[in-house]
Design a protein around this ligand. Structure first.
Ligand code: GTP
Length: 308
């Protein structure tokens, strides 16, 4: 199964940087060395075994943009699964960026009316009051998009926000995400876990979780706090984990070690991160001190064939 993903936006907005962070495991500090993308750089990224992301990183210089919107219009905008449009939040040419966005939206509506649209307000690390600005820009973008459904995220390559946005993007491309969640809930119950999270192996983007995603442990999942209360789980925990594990993997690669598995065993909680299938990793979070992590690892091994 092949899905075309368009990555568009003005030159210098940060498209290639985010691609290299998410798909090539490069650190943010190396992105300043990237050159401008010439025309379209196409990449095929294998995701979850049989899903292939056909990533079109479209260089954002005006001459290229003009050509996408005229002579290359049908080639660019046909059969698109997702368009990701990146806006530099500090852009000095916000008007022009919006014009190009509207033109791209027209092209997409004509050739791929069913495509999902994600708008990333990028380089949020450079602004002082990110939340206020994000809301203001969101309203502007909603107005510019008319009746087209859009998802807006504030992102930066320097924190977990990029993983949150991209997890949401790939989630729209995974056909059986709902079923995976159901299976993870069953697995969480079998392990006595507070929560179970499934990550894609190379990108470490979140594919599915066992809980409802409300930020509080799902009532369907048993929790075992010593005082009997529910655990208040951080709402940013998924993307934080993606970011931390990616950084850890990068560190491992620098000392020529390969990352395989990870285990934490503390008085308050324990966690096991292990390979589940060829393309996924699973993170099991426990708050029951009587459950041994070795038992969880055994359960993961036994569950492998069910998830392959
Ligand atoms: P074209 O290839 O010309 O279309 O540009 P692009 O959109 O691919 O931009 P690119 O990824 O090459 O990034 C341009 C510059 O922005 C680089 O120097 C990056 O280091 C920087 N950059 C990317 N993301 C961020 C971010 O989140 N915050 C900050 N401060 N800088 C960023």
């Amino acid at each position: 199964m092949k899905k075309k993903v368009l990555l568009m936006g003005a030159s210098g907005s940060g498209k290639t940087s985010m691609r290299s962070l998410i798909f090539s495991n490069n650190p943010a500090s190396l992105t300043s060395r990237l050159g401008a993308t010439i025309d379209v750089e196409q990449n095929h990224v294998r995701f979850l075994g049989d899903l292939i992301l056909n990533l079109w990183d479209c260089g954002g210089q005006d001459s290229f943009m003009d050509s996408y919107l005229t002579t290359q219009r049908s080639t660019i905008f046909q059969q698109v699964g997702v368009m990701i449009y990146v806006f530099d939040i500090e852009s000095a040419e916000a008007e022009k960026d919006m014009e190009y966005y509207r033109d791209c939206l027209d092209g997409l509506r004509y050739y791929s009316p069913d495509a999902a649209i994600f708008l990333l307000l990028h380089k949020m690390d450079l602004v002082r009051e990110p939340q206020q600005l994000l809301e203001k820009k969101r309203l502007e973008l909603e107005e510019a998009s008319g009746d087209v459904a859009i998802s807006v995220f504030g992102t930066t390559i320097f924190d977990q926000t990029l993983y949150k946005a991209w997890s949401s993007i790939v989630h729209t491309l995974i056909p059986n995400a709902g079923i995976l969640s159901k299976h993870l809930s069953i697995f969480a119950q079998a392990c006595g876990a507070t929560e179970v999270i499934l990550f894609e192996r190379t990108t470490f983007l979140v594919i599915a979780t066992s809980s409802s995603g409300s930020g509080v442990a799902s009532s369907a999942v048993p929790t075992y706090a010593k005082d009997g209360s529910d655990h208040q789980l951080e709402s940013t925990r998924y993307e934080r984990t993606s970011e931390l594990v990616k950084a850890f993997k990068y560190t491992c690669s620098r000392v020529r070690e390969e990352f395989h598995t990870f285990e934490v065993d503390l008085p308050d909680f324990s966690a096991v991160l292990d390979e589940l299938t060829r393309n996924t990793y699973v993170l099991v979070i426990l708050h029951d001190p009587t459950i041994e992590t070795a038992a969880v690892k055994l359960n993961i091994r036994l569950a492998r064939s069910k998830f392959e």
